[in-house]
Design a protein around this ligand. Structure first.
Ligand code: UD1
Ligand code: PEP
Length: 421
């Protein structure tokens, strides 16, 4: 297992380019199962999770070829419609193959993803959506066994705006008969990107990015390959992580290659805390500021404060003036970074789903262990400003969702060494 040795404190300087978004890439690659022709993508991020979805698609018979920055996925002929436990257990987003498989083949056998460190994460809303479109679903031996004759469009009202369920239902509805309306849909920018990918193939979708999405089902013969290689949007969560790194280190960092409008809530919060940010169309420039002050945030579905930035924000709140309060409303167990951060001197008290963070003057290096993806990012942020060398273990969590984060931070002047193991 690789580990990172991070020596702080450092002041980051320079510019960093954000990779394509993990959370848009995964559903978009799953959506290629709808396509009876090769689809070309450009600049797909080199992430462990992307490797997993590609392996899963290959296991069903999708042909994959790479050349330079481009990757071609050809799902013209599938050998099976089976998503095996061995792959699904390593990445929950694998369940996103359910909708497209059912829509195109009328059958799918997909391992239940199970819970993960941050919460139980059931898939009941995904299954309810498939049933509304006419699928018959049984759970057998840990697998979702789904079948249908032909899916039929319907009004599907989500009890909660689940990101994954919205995506799965959208993909299923593409080849359904008639119109599907998703009410109380998730509004995350990644859903908009999935819609854009489908629209580029002639699908008629309205309202993506709002809480009411309409998908006009079509015959598979009418789908057409996108006219040019598809480029997924920049990763707003990676961008937020680098912006926070710039602020915490008292540096001067230009974070480029994403849409700052996708981070409005985070950027407004940072500005209120005293950060000095210049916003462009596709960049945020972090400039030197005085020490920030505390804030109160509640995570919420988009456009609320993203749960995927909660841990990184808590790292920042640990080194500002005064107290902050963070309430996590999306996942029931997403404070696992707290005891690890405490090893570096942070002062956080948890009560239920709220954490009170007392800002401290400085942090000191320590050996720490990553427990999940964003917790890992929070630990790196603390280590960047802590005095001395921190050893960050189990960075495979980090490699799931951050492309070359150690190299990117080193490029900004951080002292980071990856020890292979
Ligand atoms: C690959 C990807 O895009 N992952 C993101 C996606 O995850 P994901 O799509 O899994 O997140 P959801 O929006 O579905 O989940 C949010 C909440 O709804 C619950 N729920 C969800 C589905 C369901 O059928 N039943 C149910 O109860 C979950 O347990 C969780 O508590 O959105 C999350 C919330 O913004 C992000 O943290 C993840 O980074
Ligand atoms: C929770 C996350 O991802 P996933 O849904 O893939 O577990 C994340 O990206 O922070």
């Amino acid at each position: 297992m690789d580990k990172l040795l991070v020596t702080g404190p450092c002041q980051l300087k320079g510019s960093v380019h954000i990779s394509s978004a993990k959370n848009a890439t995964l559903p978009i690659l799953a959506a290629t199962l709808l396509c009876p022709y090769p689809v070309t993508f450009t600049k797909i991020p080199d992430l462990m999770d992307v490797g997993t979805i590609v392996k899963l698609l290959q296991s069903m018979g999708v042909k994959v070829s790479k050349s330079g920055d481009e990757i071609v996925l050809d799902a013209s002929h599938l050998e099976n419609q089976h998503a095996d436990y061995s792959l699904v257990k390593t990445m929950r987003a694998s369940v996103l193959v359910l909708g497209p498989l059912l829509a195109r083949y009328g059958v799918a056998s997909v391992s239940l993803p199970g819970g993960c460190a941050i919460g139980a994460r059931p898939v009941d809303i995904h299954l309810m959506g498939m049933e509304k479109l006419g699928a018959e679903i049984q759970i057998e031996n840990g697998y979702i066994k789904a079948k249908c004759d032909k899916l039929k469009g319907a009004v599907v009202t989500l009890p909660f705006p689940s990101v994954g369920a919205t995506e799965n239902i959208m993909m299923a509805a593409v080849l359904a008969e008639g119109e599907t309306v998703i009410e109380n849909a998730a509004m995350e920018p990644e859903i908009d990107d999935l819609a854009d990918f489908l629209i580029a193939q002639g699908v008629n979708i309205e309202g993506a990015g709002t809480s009411r999405i309409t998908i006009h089902g079509m015959d598979i013969k009418k789908l057409k390959a996108p006219a040019k290689p598809y480029r997924v949007i920049g990763d707003r969560i990676e961008a937020a992580t680098f912006i926070i790194a710039g602020i915490m280190s008292g540096g001067d960092v230009k974070v480029e290659g994403f849409n700052p409008k996708h981070l409005t809530n985070v950027l407004d919060t940072l500005t209120k805390m005293g950060a000095n940010l210049e916003l462009g169309n596709d960049f945020v420039h972090v400039k030197k500021s005085n020490r920030l002050k505390g804030a109160i945030i509640d995570t919420a579905p988009y456009p609320g404060f993203p749960t995927d930035v909660q841990a990184q924000m808590m790292a920042l709140m640990s080194v500002v003036d005064g107290n902050s309060v963070v309430t996590e409303t999306i996942f029931e167990n997403r404070f696992m970074h707290v005891p690890e951060m405490a090893r570096m001197g942070t002062k956080v008290t948890i009560k239920g789903n709220s954490a009170t963070i007392e800002g401290v003057e400085s942090l000191s290096a320590a050996p720490v262990m990553c427990t999940d993806l964003r917790a890992s990012a929070a630990l790196i942020l603390c280590a960047l400003v802590a005095q001395g060398q921190s050893e960050i273990q189990r960075v495979y969590h980090l490699d799931r969702g951050y492309e070359k984060i150690d190299e990117k931070l080193t490029g900004l002047g951080a002292k980071i060494e990856r020890v292979k193991g």
